[in-house]
Ligand binder design. Sequence first.
Ligand code: GLC
Length: 675
Amino acid sequence: MPIPTLPWTRTDERNPLEARVESVLGRGPAATSFRLRWQRWSPGLDESLRAVYAERTDDLMDRLLELMLTAARQRPEALRELDEQRLLQPDWLQRPEMVGYVCYTDRFAGTLRGVTEHLDHLDELGVRYLHLMPLLKPRPGENDGGYAVMDYRTVREDLGTMDDLAELTGTLREHQISLVVDLVLNHVAREHEWAERARAGEQRYRDYFMAFDDRTMPDAYEQVLPEVFPDFAPGNFTWDDELQAWVWTTFNSYQWDVNWANPDVFCEFLDVILHLANQGVEVVRLDAIAFIWKQLGTVCQNLPQVHDITEALRAAARIVAPALAFKAEAIVGPDDLIHYLGTGRHSGLVSDMAYHNSLMVQLWSSLASRDTRLMEVALGRFPAKPTSTTWGTYVRCHDDIGWAVTDEDAAAAGLDGFSHRRFLSDFYSGEFMGSFARGLVFQANPATGDRRISGSLASLAGLEHALGEGSRQDVWDAVDRINLLHAVVMGFGGIPLLYMGDEFALLNDHQFAEDPTHAADNRWVHRPRMPWREVAQVLADPQHPGNWVHAALKHLVQVRGATPQLHASVESRVLPSPDPRLLLLVREHPLGTMVQLYNFSSDQVHIPMGTVGEQLGERAVELIGGYEYDLRPPVLAVGRYQAMWFVEPEARGVSRGTPARITAFRASSPLFQRG
Ligand code: GLC
């Protein structure tokens, strides 16, 4: 196989690359795959590295080749097979049967081994993607929910060992579940070996960090830097006595930002990524990726180098472990977000997946205001993403909700941005008169007026209030709101990420403050332990709201998996809604168009039937309820908080969600019995 000579390769009589590959991987299929993949991905790797490290790239490429060859040699046979499988089905993350579940290992199952005891629960829900929240060894004491890692090659002691992790990924694969783990790229714990050695005076390791002798540079940077945790970690720099320096700490003072301008840091993290991939991890969640590049005079987020670095990491991973996908955790505005999935020369070459934070924020905004006009504006101006990528869609996650509503979008919807954000904080903290929500204010920032919100899906959607002081109707409404939000994230396109406990409508856990390491951080109010005994009762009790939510969710997952129009390569487009209480989405799939309607109010809303008919003709099937509709009458009634997924009748042919199953669900579900 001829190998192209790249600018950086050392010249030799024989092709040096071929010789090096052969010396590590021999002459078998592993070597052939490596060479072919190198041919495919190394030009992009080289170009991206050059954009960041300029002339230091030649040396770096040399070191990376060694590192990649070693990882390729260590890659277990079962994972090499997985690589082939994924290469044969590159859209594996985009398929409608992909459904994600996100949980803390200890809070879900105690330990990694314990997870296998609850696989029936995940299988029953149809989960194909399991994100076990930070599980690598964190610093002792406060550790930001595990996002202050002191050793990337060791599993958190109480959860198990790296061998347990590798074993778990094998078991999960048998259940067709891909494991997702967090990779914190922006910072390490102050107790990480690199930080220890920096403090011990080793210059090599001091250069892994952004350390300044005096306040000159920190003050210059601070001019325009925002604060992530203004409440419990103000400022972006922390004085360290041992280091005798101000060290960059975007998040907490014990989370030291690493210096990605140093190529050694790139090598270290690539090595960690490949190590995790070789344990069977299939997706790495690139935590706080937006922050990794710093440049004076900027807010030090979303800088172009972030995307060069991501492309380089991914290209290298594709060579060794093509089964590995990247997910960007970039909680940023739409104009910045799209770059994480790739624009221009990075298109489709950076992260395979990114969180759709705007969708999440808009769901809550519309639910509070019973008005979808702002959502229509915000979603309407989202640029198309590369067709090979996917969104992670979600209603809740382990973090707080920040009201990422821009003044421009608000103005376009006839609102004042500041007042609307204030309204949302008031509404979800329950301060707003008549609000159904019971959330907590997180990180109030007097300088900007921002007040983010913590709280579980069920408590924010009104169930806590309804069960405590509301009527039966309030309980139904709360359940309907939960189901509505779940339906949108199931129907939008992308992997719906179900957050542990939401499938049973778990309420806020007000006991979080009893743990002194959690007391100051009220995000723990929505990070409960899975109460398995209660869960069993909920499942056995058809009158329990948690049971209704679970049943509805399972049903949505089944319908979704049987609906090819939900493949993530197709975008959801917002249609102008004839009524501000409804959100209308259309998905133009080659197998037939799909129209989705979502009613964000507790009113029955009537709209012209033509709204759907113009897209689909005279007849359609509504997949969630399982009815056929005649689209000729002039008016369509959309029930309170109802979600409707319409497709042309013939386009349903491939469906596994048979009408029989849907009818059975309707007969047994209290949701439908209420009428
Ligand atoms: C991510 C995590 C968040 C954490 C932060 C710092 O945003 O989701 O929980 O505080 O990164 O690592």
